[in-house]
Design a protein. Structure first.
Length: 306
């Protein structure tokens, strides 16, 4: 039995294969079969003592079932330690019951995963009132990595106009916007967002003069429907930003929306490869390899980070 190996779903085989090559470990693709009634059959590759499950959890329902089934098979085949690498982590936005009768999905999914694997590694988890990823996954190791180092490296490599302003669409974006601007040595700002529904928001710029006549790098952690991105772009254009380029950590939107984004005034859209998507342009390999080194080298417990 190998000391360590990666197992992945077919949809993420490209990124997982590259990660396995960097780590020097074997990789196996998990086979999925769907029965006529919709049930899944999951078949894993040979287990390793430490098995890394690489599964971005966008469109999560089938993937969560696949992770549970894969974990059962791998444990039975002798895996001693399971590490879930989910660069995008699902069901984090519902961290409280906002209406009577609502389920708190974050608690349910967190406990389910914590009972299944020994460690979770994710990137820029969509946490609001929960201030530590360790609270989502009680009793196991959990790491919430920042994509900002990878994004900063990509931006510098592509070239950045010195008067660029880094902008976030809402107060929740302040942490990563300020972190990226600090790495790039640029000014930054966050807009004020009022949400009126899943697809309806209002955006106001606190200081429109800051972006007037200057290029803008608009940063968001998740884009799904694209409503916030379009409204924020229009607000920046109205404030006379010269160009608007967008970088997204988790691109969950339908690829055909890209044309609508361009029509709204966006010059370019790039995303990290946390979720396979046509806009992927920024690899998270470096931060994931660094987080996984201890699993390959056997350096022991790393603790919980947030």
């Amino acid at each position: 039995m190998n000391a360590a190996a990666i197992q992945c779903l077919p949809s993420a085989a490209g990124d997982a294969t590259r990660l396995a090559s960097r780590l020097g470990v074997p990789i196996h693709e998990i086979a999925l079969h769907r029965f006529p009634d919709g049930e899944l059959q999951v078949t894993v590759g040979p287990a390793a003592a430490t098995t890394i499950l690489y599964v971005p959890l966008d469109r999560p329902n089938d993937k969560l079932v696949a992770v549970l089934f894969a974990a059962e098979a791998l444990r039975r085949e002798g895996a001693e330690r399971l590490v879930l690498v989910a660069p995008y982590l699902c069901y984090m936005r519902q961290d409280a019951a906002f209406q009577k009768g609502e389920a708190i999905s974050q608690k349910v999914i967190g406990r389910l995963i914590a009972a299944t694997v020994d460690r979770v590694i994710t990137v820029d988890a969509h946490l609001h009132r929960t201030h530590s990823i360790g609270r989502v996954f009680p009793g196991i190791e959990a790491d919430d990595l920042s994509a900002m180092p990878a994004i900063a490296d990509a931006v510098r490599a592509a070239g950045l106009e010195p008067d660029t302003v880094v902008v976030g669409p809402d107060a929740e974006s302040q942490a990563w916007v300020s972190a990226l601007a600090g790495r790039l040595g640029t000014e930054w700002a966050v807009a004020q967002k009022t949400r009126r529904g899943d697809r309806s928001v209002d955006i106001a710029l606190a200081d429109p003069k800051l972006v007037a006549g200057r290029p803008v790098l608009l940063i968001d952690d998740i884009v799904s429907s694209g409503g916030t991105l379009i409204v924020c772009t229009k607000a920046l254009a109205a404030a006379s930003a010269t160009t608007i380029d967008v970088i997204i950590t988790h691109a969950l939107f339908a690829p055909e929306l890209t044309r609508e984004f361009m029509q709204a005034g966006i010059r370019s859209i790039r995303s990290t490869n946390s979720v396979p998507h046509p806009t992927n342009a920024i690899a998270l390999d470096e931060i994931l390899v660094a987080a996984l080194r201890k699993e390959i080298g056997g350096t022991g417990f790393a603790g919980t980070t947030s």
